[in-house]
Design a binder for this molecule. Structure first.
Ligand code: F6P
Length: 547
C-alpha cells in the first residue's frame, strides 16, 4: 500500500496553524469574559456524570478543527465496524467485540456470519449459577466445606481488570474474599497461600491463552499446594479456568463445570466484561456485575449515537491528541480522587500503552508523528505528595484527567469535603497558577523583607496553563464504574483510529518473552547461548553468586 502522509493532510495542517496561535494563549485569558464552562462541558443526568473540559488550551476554532480531524479519520465509521464484528484487528485478523459482552439489547452480533450473543449469554448464565452455588455452598470444597477465599491467578488484564474492579467495588462486596496473584516472583503466590486454608480456597485460573508463563507457573504451584494437602482428586473442586483455550484448561485437570469460555474476538486488555470477570461476580454478586456491564453498555450507546461534538470519549481523545501531537506532551496523567480507584491508573496504563504504543500504521509504514503517550497516575490526595510538584512546576507539560465523586460511600467526619476541596483546588492551581504580582502581594501582606521577596519570588511563581479534564461523577457504583472504564476504552480506540494504528494487537511484548525462554534454560544450566557481553557478564555473575 502507498505511503499515507497524515501530517500533510489539510486537517493536520489546519491544526498546525491553529496551534501556532493557540499556544500563545493562557487559560487566564481564555477564561476572561467568557462562560467556557457552558461551551465546554457536558452533563449526563441519566448517568450522573459531568465532564468539564473547559480548562483546556483550546478555542472554539481549535475544537472545530480537532473535530474535523476526527471526522476525516472516520472515527464513527470505524466504531460501527468494531461494533458490527468487522475484523478491525488486521494483524491478527480478528474482530474486536468486547462490546458484545455487555450488549444489553436483544440485538444479535455477528462474527463470520454467526450470532455470538447466545454463547455470550450462556456463559453469563453459567457465571451466575456458579456464583449462586458458591454462595449457598452447593459448590463446596473437596471436604465439603464452604469456599471462603478465591485466588484469581492471571497477569496483564487477566489480573488487572478484575483486580481493579474488585478494589473499586470493595464497598459493595458481599461474597467470599478475593486475592490476586500475578507475578512470577514466588513471593506473590507464597505470601498469598500462607494464610489460606486449602479446604476453603478456590483458584480461578484466568488466562485467555492458558499458556502465559507467569500464570501457568503460579497455577501449577497452587495445584501442588492443594494436592499436597488434599490429594489429586480435589483439583476439580478447587480450580476453575477462564479461557479461550478449552483444550488446555481440560489438560490442567479442570472439568467441564469449571470451564468458563470466552473467544478470540475479546482482546486480553478488554476482557474484564467476559468470563475473566468471574472473580468480580463472586465478590460483589452477579447483579452488580450486570450493573457494571450496563454502565459500559450505556457508554457504548453514547459513543455510537451522540454526535461528535457532544461525544465524551471522542472529546477526551481529541484533547489528548492535541497535546500529544502539537504541544509535544509525551505524558498524560490519570488522577482519581478515590481510594477505591487505587488500581485504576495502572489499569488505564495497560489499556492505553499496550493498545497505542505502536509505530506502524495501517499501510504498514512507520509513522512520522507521536502515537500513544506515557500514562502516569496515582490517587488523590496521595499523588499530590509525590509527583504533583513536577506537574505544577517541572519542565514537562503534563495534561491530566481528574476523576472525582460527589457523594462518598463511607460517611466519616468531613473527609469528603477535604478530599474534594483538594480535587477542585489542584485543577484551579494547574490552570491559573500564581503570577509574580500575586506572589509579591502575598509576601508583602505577610511582612517579608524586600530582599527576601526578591530572592524567593521566582521559586514561588506557578506558570499555570496546565490543562485538565474533570470527570465528576455523582457516586461510585458498579454502573458508573462500568461507564468510566468504557469511556477510556473508547477514548483509546478513537486515538488509535486517528493515528491509523492497530490498537488491538501487542507484538511488542513478544521479543522479551522469547529471549526469557532462552535465558531460562541457561540459568538452569541446561544450555549455553551467545549474547552480548553485558548480558553474558550479568548471567555469569548471577550463576556464580546463586546459592
Ligand atoms: O503480555 C501481554 C498480554 O497478552 C496481555 O494483553 C494480556 O492481558 C496478558 O498478556 C495475559 O495474557 P493471557 O490472558 O493469555 O494469560
Amino acid at each position: 500500500m502507498g505511503k499515507f502522509e497524515l501530517k500533510k493532510t489539510d486537517v493536520w495542517q489546519n491544526l498546525e496553524k491553529n496551534y501556532k496561535k493557540t499556544a500563545m494563549l493562557h487559560l487566564r485569558d481564555l477564561f476572561k469574559g467568557s462562560n467556557r464552562f457552558n461551551e465546554f462541558s457536558i452533563r449526563d443526568n441519566n448517568l450522573g456524570l459531568t465532564f468539564d473540559y473547559s480548562k483546556n488550551i483550546i478555542t472554539s476554532e481549535t475544537f472545530r478543527l480537532l473535530m474535523d480531524f476526527a471526522k476525516t479519520a472516520k472515527v464513527k465509521e470505524y466504531a460501527d465496524k468494531m461494533f458490527s464484528g468487522e475484523k478491525i484487528n488486521w494483524t491478527e485478523k480478528r474482530a474486536v467485540l468486547h462490546t458484545a459482552l455487555r450488549n444489553r439489547s436483544k440485538k444479535p452480533v455477528y462474527v463470520n456470519g454467526k450470532n455470538v450473543m447466545p454463547e455470550i449469554n450462556a456463559v453469563l448464565s453459567k457465571m451466575k449459577k456458579f456464583n449462586n452455588d458458591l454462595r449457598n455452598g452447593k459448590w463446596a470444597g473437596f471436604t465439603g466445606k464452604k469456599i471462603t477465599d478465591i485466588v484469581n491467578i492471571g497477569i496483564g488484564c487477566s489480573d488487572l481488570g478484575p483486580r481493579m474492579v474488585c478494589e473499586a467495588l470493595k464497598y459493595y462486596a458481599d461474597g467470599p474474599n478475593v486475592h490476586f496473584v500475578s507475578n512470577i516472583d514466588g513471593a506473590d503466590i507464597c505470601e498469598t497461600l500462607r494464610n489460606l486454608n486449602p479446604e476453603t480456597t478456590l483458584f480461578i485460573i484466568a488466562s485467555k491463552t492458558f499458556t502465559t508463563l507467569e500464570t501457568m507457573t503460579n497455577a501449577s504451584t497452587a495445584r501442588q499446594w492443594l494436592v499436597s494437602k488434599l490429594g489429586d482428586k480435589s483439583v476439580s473442586k478447587h480450580f476453575v479456568g477462564l479461557s479461550t483455550n478449552v483444550k488446555k484448561v481440560k489438560e490442567f485437570g479442570i472439568d467441564e463445570n469449571g470451564i468458563f469460555e470466552f473467544w478470540d474476538f475479546v482482546g486480553g486488555r478488554y476482557s474484564l466484561w467476559s468470563a475473566i470477570g468471574l472473580s468480580i461476580a463472586c465478590y460483589v454478586g452477579f447483579d452488580r456485575f450486570t450493573e457494571l456491564l450496563e454502565g459500559a453498555y450505556y457508554i457504548d450507546q453514547h459513543f455510537l449515537n451522540v454526535p461528535y461534538e457532544k461525544n465524551i470519549p471522542i472529546i477526551m481523545a481529541i484533547l489528548g491528541f492535541w497535546y500529544n501531537n502539537f504541544f509535544g506532551a509525551s505524558t498524560y496523567a490519570v488522577l482519581p480522587y478515590s481510594q477505591y480507584l487505587y488500581k485504576f491508573p495502572a489499569y488505564v496504563q495497560q489499556e492505553d500503552m499496550e493498545s497505542n504504543g505502536k509505530f506502524i500504521n495501517r499501510e504498514g509504514d512507520r509513522v512520522d508523528y507521536e502515537t500513544g503517550p506515557v500514562i502516569l497516575g496515582g490517587i488523590g490526595t496521595n499523588a499530590q505528595h509525590s509527583f504533583y510538584q513536577l506537574v505544577h512546576q517541572g519542565t514537562k507539560f503534563i495534561p491530566s484527567d481528574f476523576i472525582g465523586f460527589i457523594n462518598s460511600l463511607e460517611k466519616v467526619g468531613d473527609h469528603q469535603e477535604k478530599l474534594m476541596a483538594n480535587y477542585f483546588a489542584q485543577m484551579e492551581a494547574l490552570a491559573f497558577g500564581l503570577t509574580k504580582e500575586q506572589v509579591v502581594e502575598n509576601f508583602v501582606r505577610t511582612g517579608f523583607s524586600q530582599a527576601d521577596i526578591e530572592f524567593l519570588v521566582p521559586y514561588k511563581v506557578f506558570d499555570g496553563n496546565r490543562p485538565t479534564n474533570s470527570i465528576l461523577i455523582d457516586s461510585l457504583t458498579p454502573r458508573t464504574l462500568g461507564a468510566l472504564i468504557a469511556l477510556y476504552e473508547h477514548k483509546i480506540f478513537v486515538q488509535g483510529i486517528m493515528w491509523r494504528i492497530n490498537s488491538f494487537d501487542q507484538w511488542g511484548v513478544e521479543l522479551g518473552k522469547v529471549l526469557a525462554n532462552v535465558i531460562l534454560l541457561e540459568l538452569k544450566g541446561e544450555t549455553y547461548s551467545k549474547h552480548d557481553v553485558s548480558t553474558e557478564s550479568l548471567i555469569k555473575i548471577y550463576r556464580d553468586k546463586r546459592k
